[in-house]
Design a protein around this ligand. Structure first.
Ligand code: NAP
Length: 305
């Protein structure tokens, strides 16, 4: 029987682990498939306080893990919770053929990439959701590339891809970006980036060739379709919370974000939420860390009765 188990290893999970480890509660972190979560797929993090030169997302996650482990947090890597049974006072988590029992549970499972759901997206090599992971691949070098989306992620990905691409088309469904001013200005001020406004991707082309050859676009104003040749499509249209295993078990909104309160409490006793799986408003590394801290303090008080 564990005192507390943390699902997820992003900013929220590691901050919870740090606080709970320092409280001597020996938290167990189940990292999920991707240790470090979405932050490990960004390039440089420039807005995490304390790093005036910026910090690589993967490095930041590794340092947070090291800090939590230093105080006694235990970690199981690559482990994904398959099923959770919420009880009172014991919660059970099924992972890889075993069941872990815990008195408190912190859900910090983050969010995954939203898909467009258009023909060619699933099937084709050259469609990706992570420029830092895939942008440097030979197939994308000195080629025209398409980035879809209008938020910070799309601007960040487009700017990053200018290092490799001959040209980057930033395809956005509206006539103005959602991204923060600094990110938008950086992208639009880059001579290699050409915005394609009021346009949506209808399909990714290239099924016959077995690789991306272009996208079919629809102009939202005129309804006209056009072809835009490219060698890669980088999709950055937001995220979906990783809360599927809690469907019907924890209160969530229609998009699947956990509903919390007071503090980090879910609607089930001894279950707390933190980070992107419960936040569709701020979704920042620093806010996820703050929520992780709140969840740890709430869990600690709950365990103390
Ligand atoms: P986001 O802010 O939700 O933006 C998603 C973008 O995709 C929006 O422009 C949206 O269009 C578009 N979109 C959504 N569904 C679409 C669809 N089906 N087809 C076409 N376009 C679609 O997501 P994000 O950019 O990933 O950012 C998420 C959070 O992370 C934000 O809070 C952001 O500030 C943060 N972030 C920060 C940094 C940084 O500071 N370094 C970097 C990356 C992300 P509309 O605008 O029309 O809704």
């Amino acid at each position: 029987m564990r005192d507390v188990v943390i699902l997820g290893s992003g900013c929220a999970g590691w901050t919870s682990a740090l606080y709970l480890a320092r409280a001597n509660l020996k938290p167990l972190v189940l990292t999920g498939a991707q240790m470090g979560g979405l932050l490990t797929t960004t390039s440089i993090v420039e807005n995490f306080p304390g790093f005036p030169q910026g910090v690589d997302g993967t490095t930041l996650m590794a340092q947070m893990m090291e800090q939590a482990q230093k105080f006694g947090a235990e970690v199981e890597f690559g482990v994904v919770a398959e099923e959770v049974t919420l009880g009172k006072p014991v919660h059970r988590i099924r992972v890889g053929g075993k069941t872990i029992e815990t008195r408190a549970l912190i859900v910090a499972t983050g969010a995954g990439h939203r898909h467009l759901g258009v023909p060619g997206e699933k099937e084709l090599k050259g469609v990706t959701y992570c420029a830092t992971c895939d942008g440097a691949l030979p197939m994308f070098r000195n080629q025209p590339l398409v980035v879809v989306g209008g938020g910070d992620s799309a601007c960040e990905e487009a700017t990053f891809l200018t290092r490799f691409a001959s040209k980057v088309y930033l395809v956005h469904r509206r006539g103005e970006l959602r991204a923060s001013r600094i990110m938008a200005e950086r992208a639009l001020g880059n001579a290699k980036i050409e915005p394609v406004w009021n346009s949506v991707v209808e399909s990714v082309e290239g099924v016959k060739e077995g690789k991306v050859t272009g996208v079919k676009l629809k102009d939202m104003a005129t309804g006209k379709s056009s072809a835009l040749p490219c060698a890669g499509v980088f999709i950055a249209v937001g995220h979906v919370p990783n809360t599927q295993i809690f469907q019907g078990k924890l209160k969530m909104d229609e998009a699947g974000y956990l509903q919390l309160g007071p503090g980090s409490r879910t609607n089930r006793e001894g279950v707390f939420g933190a980070g992107d799986c419960a936040d569709k408003v701020y979704r920042q590394a620093i806010t996820a860390a703050g929520m992780g801290c709140m969840a740890a303090i709430d869990a600690e008080r709950y365990l103390a009765g």
